[in-house]
Design a protein around this ligand. Structure first.
Ligand code: ATP
Ligand code: MG
Length: 424
C-alpha cells in the first residue's frame, strides 16, 4: 500500500478478532479486492481493549459486496454500505470514501451528502481522528496508518482531528461529541487549540437532527464511562446544548452524576441498564420547575401538574434530542411514582410494589436522597417494607396514628407530637 510500507510492522492477535469480520475480509481479498478492518476495532485492539464492533473498509462497491455475501443487505441513503449478518453479529462493510463535493454542504459547511467513492488514502483522510484512521490488513497481519500520525498519537494518548478543526467541525458538528466520548473512554487528551475550537463551534450542534443526537446521546452515556463523559461534556460546555434545563452545578447536577455513576457500575457488573433512568435524572429539574409553577401560579392539583409538566418538559426536549416513547414513558412513570412513594398506609404500598416501574422509582428515590434531598425516612421505610414479612408489612401500613388521634384529648395530642420526630 502506497505510503504505508515504511510503517513498522505491528501485529494483532487474531484470536481477539471476530471470526465473522475475518471471514468477510478473507472472502473479499480472495476475490481480488482490498479489505481492511478499520476504525474503533483496530484502535481498541491496539490499546488492549475489547472492541464494540468490527467495521470493514474495502474498494469493492456495496453491490459487489452484496453479490459476494448472500447474508448481506445494502443500507443507507446518504452513503450506501453493506451489512453482512452472521447470526446476531453484523459486520459493516463500507466502500472507501473520497472527498465530499463542496456543493453538497449547507451554508455553514455541514455536509449534506457524502456519497463519493474514493481511494484508500482518501478514505483515511475523511475519517475523524488520526487514531480512528488505522487499518488492519488481516492477510499480511499489518497495521496501515494513512495519516502517518495515528500510531504515534495512539502511543501518546492524544486525540487529534485529521485536517483543519474548524472545517471538520463545520462539516459534522457531532465530531465534537465524539471527541468528548473518546477522551473519556480512552483516557486520551486533546490539545488546547482543539478545546478552544470546540468552545467556538459548539453552537453548531443546533443543526443536528434530533434523531441523530439521540443516537449520539446513547453512545455518550451507555458505554460504561458515562460519568467521565458527563464531566467532560460539562467542561467543554456541550451539556447545555443537549439538555438545556439541566443546571451545571447544584443538587440536580449531583443527582445526574449519581445516576451516571450507578449506570457505569451496573454496566461493569453486566447488569441491565435503561437510558430511561438517565433521562429521568437529566430532566428532573425542568419537570419540577414546571410542576411547581403549575401548582403555585396556575392552581393545578399535584397530579394534574405532574402530567402537564412531564408533557411540557418532553415536548421541549424532543426538539433537541428525540427521545423515543419507549424511554420517555418509563421516565415519566419514574417521576409520577415519586409522590406516590409517600403513600405508606392501607393497600397502596402493596399496589405500588407490583408496579412495573417500582424498582426504578425506588432507585431514583435513593439517588435523590444521595444527592442531598432529605428523604432518609421514606427510603428506609421502602427498603424495610420490600423485604419485610407479611405481619411486619401489615403493621407498617396500618394507619395507627390516625386511629389514636381520634381518641386523644387536645392535651394528649400535644404531648405525643412532642415525643415523635417530624416525618420527612
Ligand atoms: P466505537 O465503535 O468504539 O464507539 P468507533 O471509532 O468505531 O468507536 P464508529 O461510530 O463505530 O466509531 O465509527 C467507525 C469509524 O468511522 C470511526 O472510527 C471513524 O473512522 C469513522 N467515523 C465515524 N463517524 C465519523 C464522523 N462523524 N466523521 C468522520 N469519521 C467518522
Ligand atoms: Mg465502531
Amino acid at each position: 500500500m502506497v505510503g504505508t510500507s515504511r510503517e513498522p510492522k505491528i501485529t494483532l492477535d487474531q484470536s481477539d478478532i471476530s471470526l465473522a469480520a475475518l471471514k468477510v475480509v478473507r472472502r473479499l481479498s480472495e476475490e481480488g479486492f482490498d479489505a481492511y478492518l478499520v476504525g474503533g476495532c483496530v484502535r481498541d485492539l491496539l490499546l488492549n481493549q475489547k472492541p464494540k464492533d468490527f467495521d470493514v473498509a474495502t474498494n469493492a462497491t456495496p453491490q459487489e459486496v452484496h453479490r459476494l455475501f448472500r447474508n448481506s443487505r445494502i443500507i443507507g441513503r446518504r452513503f450506501q454500505i453493506a451489512h453482512v449478518r452472521f447470526g446476531r453479529e453484523i459486520i459493516e462493510v463500507a466502500t472507501f470514501r473520497g472527498q465530499h463535493d463542496p456543493n453538497q454542504s449547507s451554508e455553514s459547511g455541514h455536509i449534506l451528502r457524502d456519497n463519493v467513492f474514493g481511494s484508500f488514502e482518501e478514505d483515511g483522510l475523511r475519517r475523524d481522528f488520526t487514531v480512528n484512521a488505522l487499518y488492519y490488513d488481516a492477510i499480511s497481519d499489518t497495521i496501515l496508518d494513512p495519516t502517518g500520525k495515528g500510531l504515534a498519537d495512539l502511543q501518546a494518548k492524544k486525540l487529534n482531528l485529521i485536517g483543519e478543526p474548524e472545517i471538520r467541525f463545520q462539516e459534522d458538528p457531532v465530531r465534537m461529541l465524539r471527541a468528548v466520548r473518546f477522551m473519556a473512554k480512552l483516557n486520551f487528551s486533546i490539545s488546547a487549540d482543539l478545546q478552544k475550537q470546540i468552545r467556538t463551534s459548539a453552537h453548531l450542534l443546533g443543526e443536528i437532527p434530533p434523531a441523530r443526537l439521540f443516537e449520539e446521546t446513547l453512545k455518550l452515556f451507555m458505554n460504561g464511562h458515562a460519568l467521565s463523559t458527563f464531566e467532560s461534556l460539562k467542561t467543554h460546555h456541550l451539556m447545555p446544548l443537549l439538555f438545556p434545563t439541566l443546571a451545571s452545578e447544584g443538587q440536580n447536577a449531583q443527582l445526574v452524576a449519581e445516576a451516571l455513576a450507578s449506570t457505569d457500575a451496573r454496566i461493569a457488573q453486566d447488569m441491565p441498564v435503561t437510558p430511561a433512568f438517565l433521562f429521568a435524572a437529566f430532566l428532573w429539574e425542568g419537570f419540577n420547575q414546571h410542576k411547581d409553577r403549575l401548582i403555585k401560579v396556575e392552581g393545578k392539583t399535584p397530579i394534574d401538574a405532574s402530567h402537564m409538566a412531564a408533557d411540557m418538559v418532553f415536548l421541549a426536549q424532543q426538539a433537541i434530542v428525540a427521545i423515543p416513547k419507549r424511554f420517555s414513558i418509563p421516565a415519566r412513570e419514574i417521576w409520577l411514582l415519586q409522590d406516590r412513594l409517600n403513600q405508606q398506609v392501607g393497600k397502596r404500598p402493596y399496589k405500588l410494589l407490583t408496579h412495573k416501574r417500582f424498582r426504578a422509582a425506588y432507585d431514583f428515590l435513593l439517588l435523590r436522597h444521595e444527592s442531598g434531598v432529605p428523604l432518609a425516612s421514606t427510603c428506609d421505610w421502602w427498603t424495610t417494607f420490600q423485604s419485610a414479612d407479611p405481619e411486619t408489612q401489615q403493621q407498617m401500613t396500618t394507619p395507627k396514628r390516625r386511629k389514636k388521634r381520634k381518641k386523644k384529648t387536645p392535651k394528649a395530642l400535644q404531648k405525643s407530637s412532642e415525643e415523635q420526630p417530624a416525618s420527612v
